[in-house]
Write a protein that binds this ligand. Structure first.
Ligand SMILES: [Fe+2]
Length: 277
């Protein structure tokens, strides 16, 4: 099923300050990723913005607060609103994270890691099955960064990601910056990690740069993409059937020319492996 998804190419995570530049440089951006939560309970102004974007670009909704890893199940009102947005846009796929953001009705305000256990896989699969009753569009799941590794793991992180997407029949949104960030902070081997992933399920990538603080790499979406991440992207795009890549810059916003230069770099990587034109 995933192999039938269309190739979207090189995309940008849409942020409001980019709007006017984006329309001036339309030909350099193949598609947009929007943060779904920015358009739930939307004002008419946000609704109009979304219609304008959707009239000019393919749009991928990226949700951050569904909390697929919550053991108590999903917030049904939230699922309904999110489903209405996704169904309105009718995208080729949509995405969420392998994490939890809500526990016992408390909003943590943070993408929190799950223990790498079969119980956590069961919870994710159950919640994904529930969302599917409302949204029929293919779902791809993203790997997150974490500061601490939880005890009680029954498998490695890569095995956990594999187990989740295979059992739930989802695609993988591989954030190559997150892999690099976790690898340097937790001192693991990127090659061994990549080898364990289900390559045929990788649909989309995320990339950006973070900043260093006291010897720890922070996933702040605030810097240009570092050379190590470009190298990892090149390896991943060579091996896996990637349909699109998205630059997700949120902080310390540079000139738009700097963003389009990064998009051009990503375009060349995809071209060199015949993933897109
Ligand atoms: Fe990401």
């Amino acid at each position: 099923m995933l192999s039938h998804l269309p190739t979207l190419g090189v995309g940008l995570g849409f942020r409001e300050p980019f709007k006017s530049d984006l329309f001036l440089h339309r030909q350099q951006v193949d598609f947009l990723e929007i943060v779904a939560e920015h358009y739930l309970d939307a004002t008419s102004q946000k609704q109009q913005e979304l219609e304008l974007l959707a009239a000019h670009f393919p749009i991928i909704p990226h949700a951050i607060n569904l909390s697929l890893g919550s053991a108590e199940g999903l917030d049904t009102d939230y699922v309904r609103k999110l489903a209405a947005l996704i169904n309105q846009l009718n995208p080729p796929w949509w995405s969420e994270h392998i994490c939890f953001t809500k526990a016992g009705k408390v909003d943590i305000g943070h993408l929190s890691p799950l223990p790498y256990t079969y119980e956590a896989v069961d919870v994710l699969c159950r919640n994904i099955a529930q969302v599917r009753r409302f949204v029929d569009v293919p779902l791809i799941l993203e790997n997150i960064t974490y500061m601490v590794t939880l005890p009680g793991a029954q498998m490695t992180e890569a095995q956990f990601l594999t187990e989740v997407v295979e059992r739930s029949d989802c695609g993988l949104l591989l954030d190559v910056t997150n892999i690099y960030t976790n690898a340097v902070n937790h001192n693991y081997d990127i090659q061994a990690f990549v080898k364990e992933l289900p390559w045929e399920r990788v649909v989309q990538l995320h990339f950006v740069g973070g900043h260093w603080h006291d010897g720890i790499l922070i996933d702040s979406h605030s810097q240009s993409t570092p050379v190590e991440v470009w190298k990892l992207m090149d390896e991943v795009v060579a091996k896996m059937p990637v349909k699109g890549v998205v630059l997700e810059r949120d902080e310390n916003l540079p000139t738009f020319a700097e963003l389009t230069a990064e998009l051009q770099h990503a375009r060349e990587i995809g071209r060199s492996h015949q993933r897109w034109d």
